[in-house]
Design a protein around this ligand. Sequence first.
Ligand SMILES: Cc1cc2nc3c(=O)[nH]c(=O)nc-3n(C[C@H](O)[C@H](O)[C@H](O)COP(=O)(O)OP(=O)(O)OC[C@H]3O[C@@H](n4cnc5c(N)ncnc54)[C@H](O)[C@@H]3O)c2cc1C
Length: 463
Amino acid sequence: MTFNEYLTDVVVIGAGFAGLTSAVTCAQHGVKVLVLEKMQAIGGNSIISDGGIAAAVTKEQNEVGINDSVTMFIDDMLKSGEGLNSEAHVKLLCMEAADAYQWTKTYLEVPYLSRVDIFGGHQVPRCYTPTSISGRTLIQQLKIKLESLGGKIITGARVEDLLFDDHKTVIGVKVNTNYRFRSNNAPVYQLIKSTKGVIIASGGFAGDVDYCHHLNPLIPKEMLTTNKLSADAQMLNVAQQYQAATINLDQIQCIPWTTPDESGYHQGGLFGDYIVSSAGILIDPATCKRFVNEQGNRKQVADQILNLGHWVLGIVDQSSVTQAGWDLTHVLSQGIVKAFDDWSTLASAYQLSSTELITTIANYNQQLMEHHDEFTKIIDQLVKPLVNPPYYVMRIFPKTHYTCGGLVTDLGGRVLNHHQPINHLFAVGEVTGMMHGANRLGSCSISECLVMGRVVGDVISTE
Ligand SMILES: Cc1cc2nc3c(=O)[nH]c(=O)nc-3n(C[C@H](O)[C@H](O)[C@H](O)COP(=O)(O)OP(=O)(O)OC[C@H]3O[C@@H](n4cnc5c(N)ncnc54)[C@H](O)[C@@H]3O)c2cc1C
């Protein structure tokens, strides 16, 4: 069979943050770059993300008196990774994150909310969210910049295989240009040759819950996901066929702050992640008691909920919502979050013992007044007694969210086969596995996509 051939310098597989950032960087070097995206629209999981980026030692932190350091950021990521992440990769990310964040503001002109958020496992607030509270703006701006620099994107084009020469150097890809997700379209194959190399930026596989369960049976088969269902391991598996090494594939992050009362991660997820995690409490409906430090990292909190084996209740009061500055109109009108004027009505709505619930809340409030918490929660300005009705409640259960493991790469993003780079093969973003170990801290994936995307773009363009 003969195929049409197309020649470029660099092929990028996947048009999410990682792929588009590396493509823009290549194009800045004057390198001819082609991005292949299997879906009809670009963006992957990046476009449905909150767009939150973590970075230490920024102007925004300085303005509100937050004392942070790159060392503290590194410590937080290593602690959360439980020894399974590569210290060298973590250092690179933490050192470069502030510059990458600044790049999105000045070079890509992404506007951000004037607030600095904290998520579980970070010692201090260091997370910045675009005004759209979504990854959409950054994706749009990356696309505009790439095209203005002469880079090209083809959608509906799934890479099915890697091409090698006789010296085991990657020289291109085989792509199905008639790909439609979950349809039986007859494939139309094309060979795309690349003189400088191929960058795999195909994202994670948390959208394929069956595969997650296969790799880690502790993930229930029926668990829901925050990901697009197209987020799968197909491209990772192609690389594995050519002896690309992988690491930590069983480290699948379940985000604890999601609700079974909406699909994916939307306004309910934001309510859990931004308000309950920092200012609220979690109650086990079976006992009416708290069971975890709500400020714990995602893995700590999700593991505790999974141990219980059923949904729990996330509760905040009106002061927490006002302080967070969040508009709850949508979640309330959809019945995802419910409001109650007193504890007894709340208890009866969820068939809880009113007496036990009131006792739990009274104990919690008392502990905050005495500046100690039985779960060692840090009592900062966000954590206040729950005394101002209405009380807002959401049912909470984890969903698969992020795959911490993936391809083994060196600090230049070269894919390794037993410690040797596979010539001209690079990887970046969630498909890689060096950065987060046992658990990714909130907002650190986008920092990784940006930092490593720029690194890989520089390396492939200049080698
Ligand atoms: C709901 C949600 C909210 C999130 N919020 C945040 C946040 O605020 N901060 C943060 O740091 N992280 C967040 N994350 C995680 C973060 O968004 C992702 O880890 C990150 O965007 C992954 O970027 P990526 O470029 O590696 O992959 P993706 O954005 O998933 O892009 C990969 C692309 O590759 C394409 N592709 C795959 N295989 C092929 C193939 N064979 N051929 C061609 N194309 C292919 C896919 O279709 C996809 O478009 C969130 C995730 C979700 C799901």
